[in-house]
Design a protein around this ligand. Structure first.
Ligand SMILES: CC(C)(COP(=O)(O)OP(=O)(O)OC[C@H]1O[C@@H](n2cnc3c(N)ncnc32)[C@H](O)[C@@H]1OP(=O)(O)O)[C@@H](O)C(=O)NCCC(=O)NCCS
Length: 179
């Protein structure tokens, strides 16, 4: 049974380890370990109001997880969150869990009055959940992008006006090699 829930706090090491296993399976052991470290860092260093995490679980087993962290645009009053990373346990992939987690997370962001979601990834996959390619003229990324075609966004309100000025991510993402 798929049980989507708020909050990543009570799952402890199971979450970083699921991310490690998912990325190791698709991109190799080193990438798996790097993502485990990133997720650990995100959980332990991000202020509470700047991080939202949602978990898909079957009993005590983590099937998938998604994080959203704040991107601050000092010159714009809107609340913007970065959706990253997301992963599904390798033996559960391609069963719809990833898209359900994204939809569940975005709906919860809406309820928390978040205005805009950005992400950085495969445009074809994220288009399935409403993301479109955006330019940095529309919304500046926090770091120089090595793959600008992967910069994606979607409005969570009726407004789709460009977001003003430079941006800042949370410290776990404040590393140029991640972008
Ligand atoms: C990417 C990921 C989160 C998708 O979750 P999922 O539960 O497997 O995906 P869903 O079942 O919700 O969606 C499946 C559909 O999305 C598409 N899709 C899935 N993974 C894809 C990928 N890596 N690239 C492009 N399209 C993809 C497929 O079209 C698929 O449809 P199909 O089965 O009819 O072909 C998961 O595969 C994963 O954890 N991968 C390793 C970690 C990763 O790359 N995370 C994303 C970067 S942060």
């Amino acid at each position: 049974m798929l049980n989507l829930s708020f909050g990543h706090q009570r799952w402890g090491a199971a979450i970083p380890e699921m991310f490690r296993d998912a990325f190791a399976a698709s991109e190799g052991a080193d990438e798996g370990e790097a993502i485990r470290g990133l997720v650990q860092d995100l959980i332990s260093t991000t202020p509470k109001d700047d991080l939202l995490g949602y978990v898909a679980a079957d009993g005590a087993t983590v099937l998938g997880c998604i994080f959203f962290s704040r991107v601050t645009y000092e010159n714009d009053p809107r609340q913007v969150f970065l959706m990253s990373p997301v992963a599904v346990k390798p033996d559960q992939q391609r069963t719809g869990i990833g898209q359900k987690l994204i939809g569940f997370g975005l709906e919860n962001l809406r309820q928390k009055d978040v205005d805009y979601a950005v992400t950085y990834g495969d445009p074809a996959y994220y288009a399935k959940t409403g993301f479109q390619q955006i330019t940095e003229a529309f919304a500046r990324a926090p770091m120089p992008l090595s793959q600008p075609h992967g910069w994606l966004g979607q409005s969570l309100t009726d407004s789709d006006a460009p977001i003003v000025g430079p941006s800042r991510c949370v410290s776990a993402f404040d590393r140029p090699e991640l972008w």
